[in-house]
Ligand binder design. Structure first.
Ligand SMILES: Cc1cc2nc3c(=O)[nH]c(=O)nc-3n(C[C@H](O)[C@H](O)[C@H](O)COP(=O)(O)OP(=O)(O)OC[C@H]3O[C@@H](n4cnc5c(N)ncnc54)[C@H](O)[C@@H]3O)c2cc1C
Length: 81
């Protein structure tokens, strides 16, 4: 199940982008031969934005902004597949 492959921190918040780096390495679940896009989770093509994401501001405006920015990242992702 995809949700089981999405890396989370100890509090359950979803790791995205460079937050996935541990000791300079991407997690095992990361199978793509590129770096993750901003807001992309450890599963290539799966993105997270808003309160569920580690490091998010936990504010409405921030969640809306992240969602909007994620659309742009998804367009970039779709150009890679
Ligand atoms: C009491 C309270 C007061 C707040 N006051 C303010 C404020 O004054 N100003 C401000 O800017 N922010 C405030 N916030 C924070 C703000 O509500 C959040 O930052 C914002 O709602 C985050 O949006 P989101 O879309 O990331 O998450 P959410 O709004 O939590 O949306 C997530 C949605 O996913 C749904 N969901 C969860 N699990 C699943 C699942 N497995 N399958 C399908 N759907 C699922 C949930 O039901 C929910 O509808 C407040 C939060 C709380 C709790």
């Amino acid at each position: 199940m995809v949700a089981d492959l999405v890396e989370r921190d100890a509090q359950g918040f979803i790791l995205t982008g460079r937050d996935l780096l541990v000791d300079g390495r991407w997690p095992k679940a990361w199978t793509a031969d590129r770096d993750p896009f901003l807001f992309e989770t450890s599963v290539p093509g799966v993105f997270a934005a808003g309160d569920a994401r580690r490091g998010s501001s936990k504010r409405v405006a921030a969640a809306v902004g992240e969602g909007s920015a994620t659309v742009s990242m998804i367009h970039q992702y779709l150009q890679t597949v």
